[in-house]
Write a protein that binds this ligand. Structure first.
Ligand SMILES: Nc1ncnc2c1ncn2[C@@H]1O[C@H](COP(=O)(O)OP(=O)(O)OP(=O)(O)O)[C@@H](O)[C@H]1O
Ligand SMILES: [Mg+2]
Length: 355
């Protein structure tokens, strides 16, 4: 699939901008703080329905304006479509000019795989970012997943509030059972989805990683969860009630899930070198690309924010060879040397006169 056109109105530093993309490689280059990542963000927003940079959508509205719109026209093998996102005091999404009732309706239209500079530290930081990679991947392919995950997280909030009420207002512990039963139901659904997708990654990543590292390294991925089955999970929650009341939050559950990567049977977070972190994340993302491709039966769009600079020339070329016939949107600070590639180049400069 590919994006044909992006229209930005009052979006971050863009007041009124139309961008026509090439079906193959699109390079946005320019100095720092010119608006390159803002383009990637606008695509992400129309694909996922929320930003990966901020939880406050309003921050994306140009500081001198009070509303913003992003409109993207795309083509898939069997249809064309349009996603329009309007930001003001509230957020509205229009899918082919029809207002979406739920934000999740946007999912599955524009399929993307995103690489950001932040991804490089994903195995050094806490598990939250690792869960997010998995959650975003699953959401795009199984929009129903989002509803289950959001409901689970809402019930966790309710249980956490009640834990505090038990501690400070002497409320009865018995009430916890209601939330715990509900949590177990949703946890099971989410666990099954996550397990399925980690298995899918597992099936792809070994070969991909071998190729990336010239057969030098072995990789493995493992899904870590407190959940095993519904009955066991209910028991775990019950057993941890006392501790949870003291702490004031739910210490066990799929909101604590994690992914572990092993390189040559050693945990990457403990023993991995910088380069190994980089190749591992590349392998995960390329596995994601393959999984999405198989599911939607066409290639998703690749968004590479500042990522090419992470790779040396040789790896860059072999990477581009791997993702041939994919629409790629690249940002970088220097004009990339990409010989023999069909590409469209955009120079990005934040002209004050555009305001
Ligand atoms: N809401 C907003 N209103 C106006 N300008 C904004 C807004 N949000 C961000 N900007 C501006 O956008 C610019 C940053 O854009 P962006 O993050 O896309 O830069 P970049 O070109 O990717 O830079 P780098 O190479 O450093 O990553 C900054 O000049 C910032 O002031
Ligand atoms: Mg940037």
């Amino acid at each position: 699939m590919h994006i044909d056109k992006i229209k930005l109105l009052n979006f971050r530093n863009y007041i009124n901008q139309e961008i026509e993309l090439d079906k193959n490689i699109n390079i946005f280059y320019g100095n720092n703080a010119q608006g390159k990542t803002n383009i990637i963000e606008s695509i992400y927003l129309c694909s996922i329905g929320k930003s990966y940079r901020t939880s406050k959508d309003k921050e994306a509205i140009n500081l001198e304006k009070d509303f913003s719109t992003v409109e993207i026209e795309y083509s898939k093998k069997d249809r064309e479509g349009k996603i329009k996102l309007e930001l003001s005091n509230k957020k509205t999404i229009l899918v082919n000019d029809i207002k979406a009732k739920k934000m999740s309706e946007v999912l599955g239209n524009i399929n993307i795989v995103l690489f950001t500079p932040d991804d490089i530290t994903i195995f050094k930081d806490g598990p939250q970012k690792r869960r997010k990679i998995l959650d975003i991947m699953i959401s795009q392919l199984r929009p129903a997943y989002v509803h289950n995950l959001n409901t689970y997280l809402k019930v966790i909030d309710q249980r956490n509030n009640y834990l505090k009420q038990i501690k400070f207002e002497n409320k009865s512990e018995e009430m916890l059972e209601i939330w715990e039963a509900k949590l177990a139901d949703y946890a099971e659904i989410i666990y099954e989805y996550r397990k399925e997708f980690v298995e899918k990654i597992k099936a792809k990543i070994k070969e991909i990683h071998k190729k990336i590292t010239n057969n030098k390294e072995k990789i493995d991925i493992e899904y870590i969860s407190d959940f095993k089955n519904k009955e066991d999970f209910k028991k775990v929650l019950e057993e941890h009630r006392k501790l949870d009341i003291i702490k004031g939050f739910t210490t066990k559950g799929i909101h604590r899930d994690d992914l572990k990567i092993y390189i040559e049977d050693k945990e990457i977070e403990k023993y991995g070198s910088q380069g190994q972190h980089r190749s591992a994340i590349l392998s995960i993302k390329l596995s994601e690309l393959e999984i999405v491709k198989e599911e939607i039966e066409e290639k998703p769009i690749l968004l590479l924010d500042d990522f090419m600079s992470e790779l040396d020339k040789e790896r860059r070329e072999s990477f581009l060879e791997d993702v041939k016939d994919t629409q790629i949107i690249i940002t970088c600070t220097d004009e990339l040397e990409l010989e023999n590639e069909k590409k469209k180049i955009f120079y990005v400069e934040n002209r004050k006169s555009a305001r």
